[in-house]
Write a protein that binds this ligand. Structure first.
Ligand SMILES: [Ca+2]
Ligand SMILES: [Ca+2]
Length: 109
């Protein structure tokens, strides 16, 4: 499923533009701008599945680094520091990757 079936292209652009500068990424603000905080759990799961590129059931660090590309081809790569911060915020059970339940919790925290 294309991300634009789930989210408005203009909201994605707005959210990406807000964090164009390296090391400025803030996942809370991003989820808000992109319209995910108001989303139903079902749709959040679909976003998760789109970001889980290898369909492993988890968003691993390597996938997280390129997470903005999952929203738009124009999305930049996250820096190592941003990737680590994002992972640390989401990874409540400490297995080094983000499960669907952790992703839900992060979007709605
Ligand atoms: Ca994965
Ligand atoms: Ca985890």
């Amino acid at each position: 499923m294309a991300m634009t079936d789930l989210l408005k292209a203009e909201d994605i652009k707005k959210a990406l533009d807000a964090f164009a500068v390296a090391d400025s990424f803030d996942h809370r603000k991003f989820f808000e701008l992109v319209g995910m905080r108001a989303m139903e759990a079902d749709s959040v799961n679909k976003v998760f599945q789109a970001l889980d590129v290898d369909a492993s059931g988890y968003i691993e660090e390597e996938e997280l680094k390129f997470v903005l590309k999952g929203f738009s081809e124009e999305g930049r790569d996250l820096t190592d520091a941003e990737t680590k911060k994002f992972l640390d915020a989401a990874d409540k059970d400490g297995d080094g990757k983000i499960g669907m339940d952790e992703f839900q919790a992060l979007v709605h925290e």
